[in-house]
Design a protein around this ligand. Structure first.
Ligand code: CO
Length: 295
């Protein structure tokens, strides 16, 4: 009986839903032309030198998608707040999509410029999907994967890591890449990448600032391997605050200080991944995949 009452209430609603137009986009006979756009999303950086990385990505995306408008947004609230104090207004992905909606974009490919599919990436995906299918809004929002997503990406990144090592480094010397690291389960990507890269060169190591493996683990590995010198390279899109302070800063807990205390000579390389075309190409390819999947 109860079910019958519920059905009686629901069936007319279903019928109404069926006869309504699929979207209200075409209301008032307003047929909108397809307008595709790109939204590039980075974590952000407070360091002015980071702009080199962002400019390199921007240039590469423009070259790969001639004639497509490109927008930028940032996911770090801390960085947005800090930059606002300096009078620089960085937009969030939601703000930028609202603007793109007003500018009549119908399809937007959002490219995550993050390294792993961690908290930043999942938060981004969750937020931008809310901009899909609004009345008079954007019809479709697709998100491109970050640098590391599939096993193929891990292998490609491992190979790219080899290419950015300074040519003067000897095979008997270590190379330590500093990833960000996270409490998110996606932290496992760093250990997976370590596996891939060590298959190519056993003296290359991947550690993290805020996850696992930590510098303490790396230090033990270097000692065990009898390695006396290490090149330190950030595994982050920009050589920002972490690279300059946590990696090679003068404080006693910086990676450089920790390793040098053990008699391991350190050679810092202060360049972000996005300054190298090998890495930018991976992000661009992920964007190409997203862009090619519009309905
Ligand atoms: Co951080």
């Amino acid at each position: 009986m109860r079910i019958y009452i519920i059905m009686k209430a629901i069936v007319p609603l279903i019928l109404v839903a069926l006869v309504l137009p699929k979207t209200s986009i075409y209301a008032h006979g307003e047929k909108r032309p397809m307008k595709k756009g790109i939204l590039l999303v980075a974590f952000g950086s407070t360091i002015p030198e980071a702009q080199v990385s962002f400019d390199n990505i921007d240039r590469s995306v423009k070259k790969a998608f001639p004639g497509v408008e490109i927008y930028w947004a940032y996911t770090s609230r801390t960085i947005i707040a800090k930059m606002a104090k300096e009078g620089k207004n960085l937009a969030t992905p939601a703000e930028t999509l609202a603007r793109m909606m007003r500018e009549k974009f119908t399809h937007v490919a959002v490219q995550s410029l993050h390294v792993i599919p961690g908290a930043e990436f999942h938060g981004l995906t969750q937020n931008v999907r809310r901009y899909e299918g609004m009345s008079k809004g954007i019809e479709q929002v697709l998100v491109g994967r970050p640098l590391l997503a599939t096993s193929e990406d891990l292998q490609r990144v491992a190979e790219a890591m080899l290419k950015i090592i300074p040519p003067e480094r000897l095979k008997s010397e270590a190379v330590v890449f500093m990833g960000h690291g996270t409490h998110h389960p996606a932290n496992v990507y760093y250990a997976a990448l370590n596996y891939h890269v060590q298959k190519l060169d056993p003296n290359i190591f991947v550690g993290t600032v805020e996850g696992w493996p930590e510098i303490g683990d790396i230090k033990e590995d270097l000692k065990q391997g009898g390695l006396k010198k290490a090149y330190l390279i950030p595994l982050m899109s920009v050589a920002g605050d972490h690279a300059r302070n946590d990696m090679v800063g003068e404080e006693e807990n910086s990676w450089k200080s920790v390793l040098e205390k053990e008699g391991i000579k350190c050679e810092p390389v202060l360049k972000g991944l996005a300054e190298h075309q090998e890495f930018v190409d991976i992000w661009v390819d992920h964007l190409r995949t997203a862009f090619g999947h519009f309905d």
